[in-house]
Design a protein around this ligand. Structure first.
Ligand SMILES: NC(=O)c1ccc[n+]([C@@H]2O[C@H](COP(=O)([O-])OP(=O)(O)OC[C@H]3O[C@@H](n4cnc5c(N)ncnc54)[C@H](OP(=O)(O)O)[C@@H]3O)[C@@H](O)[C@H]2O)c1
Length: 295
C-alpha cells in the first residue's frame, strides 16, 4: 500500500542508499556546461522541483518556457529567476494541465510560434483527495499526470525532432513502485477512489509511456526520473503524515532537481540509453525494482 511506512521503506531501502552511492558518482563536471541558445519547457515551474530546475538551467544560459496555471506565481517566479540568474530569456505560459483540450491547443500553438524546443521537462504533478472530472469528463489526476504528459510529448515531437539534441524528461515518483500498470480503470470509475494510489498508477504510466516513446522516436532522448522525497508544497499538502515523519530527511527542492538538471543539460546523460528511469544520475530498470518490491 501507499502508507507512510511502506513509502519510508522504499525511501530507506532504495532511495537513500542509492542516492548516497550515486551522489559520489555524480560528476560535477558534467554540469559545468553552457546551454545558451538551447530552449527548455518546464511544466509546474513556479514551485518546488520545477522552480529549482528552471533556476539552475537559467543560470547556465538556457531559454526557459515556464508553463504554469497561476499567473501571479508564474510572474513572480520569472522575476526571481531573471534577478538571480541575470538571464532575461525567461517566458511565462499560462496553462491548466487538467484542461485536456487546452493542453493540446497550447502545444499546437507553441509548435507554430517557436522554431525550436530542445528539452521538454514534464514536472507538474498533483495528488487528488477526491475524484473530480474536467470539462471533457476525464478524471483530473489522470488528465494532469498522464494525459497532459502524453499530449505535450505527442504534439511537440515534430518541433523537438527538428531541434538539435532533443530530450524529454518526466518527473515520476518512487511511489509508482507500489502499482503495476493497470489499463482497465484509467478513469478511476470503479471502486473506492484512493488519490494516492491513483497518483502512483499515473506515475507508473509515465514510466511505461517513456519506454514506449523512446522505442518509437529514436532520435529523441527520453528519460523519467525519481527526485527522492523532497520538501515541497505537494508533500506538505497531500501527504501531511508522511511529511511529518520524514521532515528531517526530506531533500531540498535544489537537491530534488539535481537529476532533472543533469538529464537536461549534461552530455553524459545522452550517452545512456533512451527510455530509462533515473535517480541520482544512475539508471534503473523499473521492472526489476518492481519485481524486487513485490517478492
Ligand atoms: N516532492 C516529492 O517528494 C516528490 C517525490 C516524487 C515525485 N515528485 C514529483 O515532482 C513533481 C514536482 O512536484 P513538487 O514536489 O515540486 O511539488 P510542488 O512544489 O507542489 O509543484 C507542483 C507543480 O505542479 C503544478 N501543477 C499542479 N497541477 C497543475 C495543473 N493542473 N496545471 C498546471 N500546473 C499544475 C503546481 O502548480 P501550483 O503551484 O499552481 O499548484 C506546481 O507548480 C511532481 O510531478 C511530483 O509528482 C515529488
Amino acid at each position: 500500500s501507499f502508507s507512510p511506512e511502506n513509502l519510508m521503506w522504499v525511501h530507506n531501502d532504495w532511495i537513500l542508499g542509492a542516492f548516497d552511492a550515486a551522489s559520489k558518482r555524480f560528476a560535477e563536471k558534467d554540469l559545468e556546461v553552457s546551454v545558451a541558445g538551447r530552449s527548455f519547457m518546464i511544466t509546474g515551474a513556479n514551485s518546488g522541483i520545477g522552480k529549482a530546475t528552471a533556476m539552475a538551467i537559467a543560470k547556465k544560459g538556457g531559454t526557459i518556457h515556464l508553463v504554469c496555471r497561476n499567473k501571479d506565481k508564474a510572474e513572480e517566479t520569472r522575476a526571481e529567476i531573471v534577478k538571480e540568474s541575470g538571464n532575461k530569456e525567461i517566458y511565462v505560459h499560462i496553462l491548466d494541465l487538467s484542461e485536456t483540450k487546452k493542453v493540446w491547443e497550447f502545444a499546437e500553438a507553441f509548435k507554430k510560434k517557436y522554431k525550436t524546443l530542445n528539452v521538454l521537462i514534464n514536472n507538474a504533478g498533483c495528488m487528488m483527495t477526491k475524484r473530480e472530472v474536467n470539462a471533457e469528463g476525464l478524471e483530473k489526476s489522470f488528465a494532469i499526470n498522464s494525459l497532459a504528459v502524453y499530449i505535450l510529448i505527442k504534439s511537440l515531437i515534430p518541433l523537438l525532432e527538428k531541434s538539435p539534441d532533443p530530450r524529454v524528461i518526466t518527473v515520476t515518483s518512487g511511489g509508482m513502485l507500489v502499482q503495476k500498470l493497470r489499463t482497465g480503470n484509467l478513469q478511476s470509475q470503479r471502486g473506492r477512489y484512493d488519490g494516492t494510489m491513483v497518483y502512483a498508477q499515473n506515475k507508473r504510466q509515465q514510466v511505461v509511456m517513456t519506454e514506449q516513446f523512446a522505442k518509437a522516436h529514436t532520435n529523441i532522448h527520453f528519460s523519467v526520473m525519481h527526485p527522492g522525497w523532497v520538501d515541497t508544497p505537494m508533500i506538505t499538502n497531500a501527504m501531511p503524515d508522511f511529511h511529518h515523519s520524514m521532515k528531517e530527511r526530506l531533500r531540498t527542492p535544489e537537491q530534488g532537481a539535481d537529476t532533472v538538471v543533469w538529464l537536461a543539460v549534461s552530455e553524459a546523460a545522452v550517452t545512456k540509453p533512451s527510455g530509462r528511469l533515473f535517480q541520482g544520475g544512475r539508471t534503473q530498470t523499473h521492472t526489476n525494482i518492481h519485481i524486487n518490491i513485490y517478492i
